[in-house]
Design a protein around this ligand. Structure first.
Ligand code: SF4
Length: 217
């Protein structure tokens, strides 16, 4: 499988590890705050699979991990699974991680046994204004990621989607999960972000209910 591009060295895409990050293009969501506008639409994937393998092989000692992110990687379902299996066989010592918006729980199930880490976005309690995905599907994805050796649930604190009055509902939803990353929404429209004290308060509310909660910068 080919890719839209890469980040040659990332210290932020796999917690605590040095990673090569690969980007797929195209997304089935239309989040108003998307900062990946250039990857939201499908573009030609000009970065060849064999180039990626040669690159990793040459710098084998540099990387702890390989991360696939988007756009939305699950749109490449079988093709991406084949790529990840080839990575697994060629570089068994590398940690593998995939980021997803949770629209395809079957894809997450298929990653099991191939990748160590899945990061799942939970964007709202109602997805109808920006996708065709039901919240029930997101709940299935949430259950699917819990089987992985490592996983993270990421919440982007866009006030119209994650409302302060709904914080208790999110806490109930996330009860017992391994790691929750709460990240500030970076303004792209007239919607003002929460004050950081609101995020800190939310993390404080989460902490007794999850194994780890933190603000992701
Ligand atoms: S899921 Fe991610 S890539 Fe897709 S529109 Fe939303 S923020 Fe952008």
């Amino acid at each position: 499988m080919n890719f839209a591009g890469w980040r040659e060295v990332s210290m932020v895409d796999y917690p605590g590890k040095i990673a090569l990050t690969l980007f797929t293009s195209g997304c089935n969501f239309d989040c108003p705050y998307c900062h990946n506008a250039e990857l939201k639409k499908k573009v030609e994937h000009t970065l060849k699979e064999d180039t990626v393998f040669d690159f990793i092989d040459y710098r084998r000692r540099v990387y702890d991990a390989i991360v696939v992110t988007g756009g939305e990687p699950s749109l490449y379902s079988s093709e991406l699974i084949d790529f990840l299996m080839r990575l697994r066989e060629s570089f068994p010592e590398k940690l593998l991680k995939v980021d997803t918006n949770g629209s395809n729980p079957d894809f997450i199930d298929r990653l099991y046994g191939i990748v160590e880490f899945v990061a799942l976005d939970i964007k709202a309690l109602d997805y109808s204004s920006f996708s065709n995905t039901s919240f029930y599907t997101i709940l299935e994805s949430l259950e699917a990621v819990k089987h992985f050796l490592d996983y993270e649930i990421r919440l982007t604190m866009y006030p119209p989607f994650i409302k302060e009055e709904d914080f208790p509902k999110y806490i109930k939803l996330l009860e017992g999960v391994k790691r929750v990353a709460v990240q500030q929404y970076r303004p792209v429209d007239s919607v003002q972000p929460y004050d950081m004290s609101v995020l800190e308060h939310f993390v404080k509310m989460l902490k007794p209910h999850v194994q780890q909660a933190y603000i992701k910068f």
